[in-house]
Design a protein around this ligand. Structure first.
Ligand SMILES: [Zn+2]
Length: 166
């Protein structure tokens, strides 16, 4: 894959290089579990959340929901008190000089995250900034299936089956 990969140009996300070159991680366990990922191609930022992982936490399934234009810059501005960003993946250390500042920053971040639209992609990855093992765009034809899988909290194997990997 070339470096101009974009989230909009991956009809099937199998064995693709990740178009997400800037990851702002708000949750971490041996790797990111939640946060916001920005596409290097079109600059769209997605809120991502863990849907499942295997027992070694190596294979992770994420749901991606797009954020309005400008959200990534707003999140970076809100997180600036936490230090200098590091790319591709910045996991800010959640330490604040006061509780007042913490509350202010957290509510500012939450306000941006609350603007996320419905999920548009599900991906399987070992590292969301690096590559995708598999992925699928969510469409009218599979949205109910996806919602069902989420509500049943299915495991990685079932997600891989949905993604066509098993
Ligand atoms: Zn894109």
């Amino acid at each position: 894959m070339d470096s101009n990969t974009c989230c909009q140009e991956l009809p099937d996300w199998r064995n693709q290089r990740s178009p997400f070159q800037r990851i702002l991680s708000f949750g971490y366990y041996d790797g990111t579990t939640a946060g916001v990922a920005q596409c290097v191609g079109c600059s769209v930022a997605y809120k991502y959340d863990l849907l499942a992982w295997d027992e070694d936490q190596d294979m992770r399934i994420f749901g991606l929901a797009p954020l309005p234009s400008g959200s990534f810059s707003e999140l970076l501005a809100a997180s600036a008190v936490l230090g200098e960003p590091r790319w591709p993946t910045w996991v800010p250390v959640w330490q604040f000089s006061s509780e007042t500042i913490q509350n202010k920053v957290e509510s500012r971040i939450q306000a941006v995250l609350n603007k996320a639209g419905p999920l548009t992609f599900v991906v399987a990855t070992n590292d969301i900034s690096n590559n995708f093992v598999a992925g699928k765009r969510i469409t009218e034809t599979n949205v109910e299936l996806v919602q069902g899988l989420i509500s049943k909290s299915v495991d990685v194997q079932e997600w891989l089956a949905f993604l066509g990997e098993r």
